[in-house]
Design a protein around this ligand. Structure first.
Ligand SMILES: Cc1ncc(COP(=O)(O)O)c(C=O)c1O
Length: 380
């Protein structure tokens, strides 16, 4: 099969990759992929609360890209793990928090393809000193159950978040070097799986969506942006196919779009597109919806999760998708002029496991989450 989105076969070694015509002359075309996702994922209409009259919303269900591998990260791993396997690696090292969807998907997929998973963790709560302190909920539980090796760093208050992430990436490289000197073949994956190969994966999803009527049915795409590989892949694919849509990237924690543009620039360079287009022309950064940051939620965000779920049955998570959803409906109400048209595609990037362990207080106080009658109270 030519492309991950054309095959129903799950992992069974690497398969040769045929890029779409509009991408085949780029530099750094992936040679192979491994099939990990349940794809193509569907696109359907969606009517969440808060969409003003005149707008229509569709939803791309990347939350259905798998069960344990659910979300946007599995697409990146299809190319990254193919690269690791081609290089004969036996070990994969990446970075995340205990809540990280990327770290969880990497660890689970590593076991599927036969690699030993190591995750460098930034402990946002500064609460882990020994293995028993690690949560038994959500993504952390799944990582523990597949036997992930954690290397834990407490969050420091004497350096910025970005600097600490850079420092940990440096430590990852040192650790990889040590393991190599012991005879291991090590593959390192940066935060969020966001390098040029990761962006390629999302160009491939763009191609999948073209086959699902993307250009006929939509004018704008809204997607969450953390390490921004997902948004960069979509933005470059949109450019290469004639810029028919406008790509909006809702920040999950960054307050300056410089990092988004820098990552786009790097991907464009690696693909041989330097000088053809300015990164600023490819994507609209949306930065007013970060709330209290990645690891904390506002009451409005937690309420929105219940409102969307109880009215549409689509799962929202507190760290990622609820922010991108609020960004989309917020801009529709406050800044309708930033949209190219009125037909908007929301990319649901997954994140379901983060719900488990975070929602107790909100669930206790929302009436729709407390609908119960004891059988003894029913009228005879
Ligand atoms: C559920 C979810 N949505 C969106 C994102 C952001 O994707 P990216 O890091 O490619 O910007 C992440 C990243 O961790 C995620 O886990």
């Amino acid at each position: 099969m030519a492309s991950p989105h054309m095959s129903a076969v799950q992992y069974g070694g690497t398969h040769p990759y045929n890029p779409p015509d509009w991408a085949k002359d780029l530099k750094l075309v992936p040679k192979n992929y491994v099939k990990l996702s349940m794809s193509p994922t569907p696109i359907h209409k969606w009517s969440p609360p808060g969409v003003p009259d005149g707008f229509e919303v569709g939803i791309k269900r990347e939350d259905l890209s798998g069960c344990t591998l659910s979300g946007n990260k599995v697409r990146k791993l299809e190319f990254l793990f193919a690269d690791a396997l081609e290089q004969g690696c036996d070990m994969v090292i990446t970075f995340g928090g205990f809540d990280s969807n990327h770290a969880r998907a990497t660890a689970m997929a590593a076991r599927e393809v036969g690699l030993e998973p190591y995750v460098f963790i930034l402990d946002f709560d500064n609460s882990v000193r020994e293995p028993k302190d690690v949560s038994c909920q959500g993504n952390a539980l799944l990582m523990r159950l597949v036997g992930t090796h954690f290397i834990v760093y407490p969050l420091r208050d004497d350096m910025s978040f970005d600097d600490q992430i850079d420092e940990i990436h440096g430590q990852m490289e040192k650790f990889a070097k040590k393991k190599r000197s012991e005879g291991h073949k090590v593959y390192t994956i940066p935060k969020g799986g966001s390098n040029t190969l990761g962006a390629w994966a999302w160009m491939d999803v763009f191609s999948e969506m073209m086959g699902q009527g993307l250009h006929d049915n939509f004018d704008d795409i809204f997607v969450a942006g953390g390490s921004v590989g997902t948004a960069c892949g979509l933005a470059i694919a949109n450019y290469l196919t004639g810029s028919k849509l406008k790509i909006h990237c809702v920040s999950l924690y960054w307050t300056d779009p410089a990092g988004l543009y820098a990552h786009l620039k790097e991907c464009l360079r690696d693909m041989g597109l330097t000088g053809r287009v300015r990164p600023e022309e490819l994507v609209n950064p949306v930065m007013d919806y970060i709330g209290l940051g990645l690891s904390q939620s506002t009451d409005a965000e937690l309420d929105a999760i219940v409102e969307v779920m109880s009215s549409t049955g689509i799962v929202m998570d507190p760290m990622f998708t609820v922010k991108s959803y609020l960004g989309m409906v917020g801009e529709m109400s406050k800044n309708p002029s930033v949209f190219k048209g009125r037909r908007v595609l929301y990319i649901h990037t997954g994140g379901v496991y983060i719900l488990f362990g975070r929602m107790d207080t909100i669930v206790q106080r929302r009436p729709e989450c407390n609908r119960m009658t004891l059988s003894s109270d029913l009228c005879p």
